[in-house]
Design a protein around this ligand. Structure first.
Ligand code: C5P
Length: 236
């Protein structure tokens, strides 16, 4: 895979024009985009179609979590829009995950299903005191990644620090998608445990979700290119 294809640009905007103008600016350089709650709740699901029509591969970051039949229906509906991947919470349980996997089994265009393990906004204290889970947030994340893999999901979204353990437990082919990536030349913003693009790729990440390092750059094309070059330097 080319370095630019490992980058998923997060379209964290509130309006369609700004989002699509970035897509136009990046042109053929960026092939993959992430669309999440922020853009979807503001402009609606049609933006997925617009990106697909422009030939883009879209990660629909819905973090689905509901009873199996409801999640299966939502996955089918999103698959019909020809998105490339959909996220769902592994904590929704194995029946939910299996129903989601099964719901698109016979689709000619089958999106990948990526599990969300433990939100990075939760730490050991919240996992132990609020969820009453007695292991660390990281051990819980690895456990949930194994469940996702067992149920037939294609991969998980994980922090840069968990990549090696997930690959060890779930196999090299199990996809690991890493957000919270910061090239050394940008700000950390509100992300706490950041990794650089080269670090994440060296540790085994398949895709990097990159938001503000590109979307808020004075020159997004050059920011994207620099990140792609950094990735290429460790994959060659
Ligand atoms: O701007 P930045 O690169 O921090 O954006 C990262 C993107 O990845 C955002 O869309 C954010 O919602 C998402 N994300 C994250 N951390 C997670 C899961 C998703 O930052 N654990």
């Amino acid at each position: 895979m080319e370095a630019n294809e490992r980058i998923i640009v997060a379209l964290d905007f509130d309006d369609r024009e700004t989002a699509l103008s970035l897509v136009d600016k990046l042109g053929d350089l960026a092939t993959r985009y992430k669309v999440g709650y922020r853009l979807l709740t503001s402009v609606g699901f049609e933006v997925l179609d617009e990106l697909v029509q422009r030939g883009k591969w879209v990660f629909c970051d819905m973090k689905l979590h509901d009873i199996p039949a409801t999640v299966a229906g939502a996955v089918r509906n999103l698959a019909a829009r020809r998105v490339g991947s959909i996220s769902l919470h592994v904590s929704g349980g194995s029946n939910m995950l299996k129903a989601a996997v099964q719901s698109i089994q016979n689709f000619a265009h089958r999106p990948q299903l990526w599990g969300v393990t433990v939100l990075t906004s939760l730490d050991d204290v919240s996992v132990q005191n609020e969820l009453l889970v007695s292991v660390s947030a990281q051990d819980l994340a690895i456990h949930l990644a194994r469940i996702a893999s067992f149920c037939g999901c294609d991969g998980v979204v994980a922090s840069g620090n968990e990549i090696e353990r997930i690959k060890e437990s779930c196999g090299e082919d199990f996809i690991v998608v890493v957000p919270g990536v910061r090239p050394s030349w940008t700000e950390q913003h509100d992300q706490k445990r950041v990794v650089t693009p080269s670090e994440a790729i060296k540790r085994g990440a398949d895709f990097l979700v990159i938001g503000r390092a590109v979307t808020e750059a004075g020159d997004p094309v050059s920011a994207f290119l620099q990140i792609a070059e950094e990735i290429a330097s460790v994959t060659k």
